[in-house]
Write a protein that binds this ligand. Structure first.
Ligand code: DON
Length: 563
């Protein structure tokens, strides 16, 4: 899944951290607008829409629909997403377009006769699918905050679906990896194979049925997807592949506008996603704890900074798993978790020299770790000062692997983000408690963390990432690199990252992220270290006195463009 560019970058990181990195990655620059996304076509479309008079929301919605065509691994009509929006008039909104459990879902639906969780059912095929929410989120964002018409912002996606786009290296590789699972579903093979083999680099992917669905949405808005024939088609495909979604589940779906999580950090205001995502709460809790420590004094990558970062992550993730779930269904002690007083008490319990064993935090929930990938983030800003930060996903790449016959889009496998059995890990190793147990109509807990940092009330940093539970810490570290370690954005994105999520009680680190003595030092404090290929893929924009800098994370194949 790694591009050549990524490999080169990692090698350079290993050889000589700072100088070579800065020379490799130059931020895009613009004064009128900027888009940073995982896909160069989506980025170009977002910029074009702003040049044609759209604002950042129009650009984000246009890019979102394009991603559903050109980035089928994660861009979607059949998944969910979160939209963090700061308007130039000073107002902030969080749109929760997360999938919901179908009406026929129940708490123990993935538990087999031996009392274990059936991973296969939870990850592949119809039973893994949550009721899609992303289209309602896109439409809601456009209707409430866009300047142009839905029809106008959807034109590029419709044209790309109808005329086709060329498969790039990353998509070809992802198709190849998923192909054995595609073979389980005839409709997936119908749309996403070529003479029974995978699409290769340079192949043209034409999606006529998808173009029809997009045209319906452009013409009818919400009713084009949540009314008419589409709910029937989704239900039919889902049930044919083992699921329980009905047309009524789809018709009843509604995205929700929520109050963003807002926390101050070193004089900035950090806005992020409230539950049903855990992203904003965890980020806020970690930042509140870290404000007690002088990270800038120790510096990036120093054992002491890492120690405090890891201990703050550990505590926030413990609270994630214990308390967080869909606030429309369970009581989450948000006020307490977000308070500075709570952070004071957590910070005071951090031993300055030794790791706290995770088991000492909440001894009643523990497990092994599994891995998985694919979500996508994009950040947009315009010259008026509107900023949009969107993370959207099918969960694993290509979601449940099921494509809706007659409509041509993948369905998510987001049900895996529920705690199928409290204490049993999902694909990201998150365990959760009853707060995140399955209930009909409930949203499964997410880690998506679309974030906007304001300075003096104006956008300063717009960012987010894919990566399951690693999302939160990827976003955190880019933010710390900019605010505490004063790095330019390109460097802030390039340098290595670490990840700790309470359980498993391990520190995951990227190649080159920890130098030899730091590894020794952390081990002596009681940390267990494990190298992983990648932590997140952050798409970010920084506002500087000269203009906008945009950086697409070199860990991916994305693109930032300004004008
Ligand atoms: O909502 C969540 O937290 C996950 N479903 C996100 C999945 C993800 O980021 C996979 N990507 N790498």
């Amino acid at each position: 899944m790694f591009s050549l560019r990524r490999t080169i970058v990692v090698l350079l990181c290993l050889v000589s951290p700072s100088l070579s990195q800065i020379s490799v990655l130059k931020p895009a620059f613009g004064v009128n607008g900027m888009v940073s996304s995982s896909d160069s076509i989506a980025t170009a479309v977002g910029v074009r829409i702003m040049k044609e008079g759209g604002n950042a929301v129009d650009a984000a919605v246009a890019a979102g629909f394009v991603l559903a065509v050109t980035y089928p691994q994660a861009g979607n009509l059949g998944g969910g997403g979160y939209y963090m929006i700061h308007l130039a008039n000073g107002k902030d909104y969080a749109i929760d377009a997360r999938e919901t459990a179908p009406a026929a879902a129940s708490r123990n639906m993935y538990i087999d006769s031996t009392g274990s969780v059936d991973d296969a059912e939870e990850l592949v095929g119809g039973l893994s699918v949550g009721v899609p929410g992303n289209v309602d989120g896109l439409i809601l964002a456009e209707r409430k905050f866009g300047k142009l018409s839905l029809r106008k912002v959807m034109e590029p996606a419709i044209a790309l679906a109808k005329k086709g786009f060329r498969v790039n290296e990353r998509l070809a590789s992802d198709f190849k990896h998923a192909f054995d699972l595609f073979k389980k579903f005839p409709s997936t093979m119908k749309y996403f194979s070529k003479n029974d083999t995978t699409f290769r680099v340079g192949d043209l992917v034409v999606q006529k049925d998808l173009a029809k669905v997009l045209r319906k949405i452009a013409a009818q808005g919400r009713d084009g997807f949540y009314g008419g024939q589409i709910p029937e088609l989704i239900a039919k495909e889902d049930q044919a592949t083992g699921g329980v979604i009905t047309a009524k589940d789809v018709e009843d779906y509604h995205a929700v506008v929520r109050e963003p999580i807002s926390v101050t950090y070193h004089g900035c205001q950090v806005l992020s996603m409230p539950p049903s995502s855990s992203g904003g709460v965890c980020l806020a809790e970690i930042l509140n704890i870290l404000e007690h420590f002088d990270l800038a004094k120790y510096g990036y990558g120093a054992s002491q900074s890492l120690h405090y970062e890891l201990e703050a992550m550990r505590r926030a993730f413990a609270d994630r798993d214990k308390y967080l779930g869909d606030v429309d269904f369970v009581n989450v002690p948000l006020k307490r978790l977000l308070s500075k007083a709570y952070a004071d008490s957590l910070a005071s319990k951090i031993d300055p020299f030794s790791a706290t064993p995770s088991i000492d935090i909440y001894p009643d929930l523990i497990h092994p770790m599994k891995e998985g990938t694919h979500t996508t983030h994009y950040s947009v800003i315009d010259r008026e000062g509107n900023a949009v930060s969107v993370t959207t996903t099918l969960n694993s790449y290509f979601g449940s692997m099921v494509v809706v016959d007659g409509a041509g889009f993948f369905l998510n496998n987001e049900m895996d983000d529920f705690s199928a059995k409290p204490g049993t890990p999902n694909q990201f190793g998150a365990i959760g408690a009853t707060a995140n147990s399955i209930m009909a109509g409930k949203r499964m807990l997410s880690s998506m963390t679309p974030t906007i940092v304001l300075k003096d009330g104006h956008p300063y940093l717009v960012l987010g990432s894919p990566g399951g539970t690693k999302i939160i810490n990827a976003v955190l570290q880019v933010l710390l690199n900019v605010i505490d370690y004063h790095m330019p954005l390109a460097e802030a994105e390039m340098v290595g990252r670490v990840h700790m999520q309470w359980v498993p009680d391990k520190v995951f680190y990227e190649p080159g992220a920890l130098v030899y003595d730091v590894k020794e030092n952390l081990a002596s404090r009681g940390y267990t270290l494990e190298e992983v290929q990648q932590i997140g893929e952050v798409q970010a924009i920084l506002v500087t006195p000269k203009g906008f800098e945009g950086v697409a994370d070199p860990r991916g194949a994305g693109d930032a463009q300004g004008y």
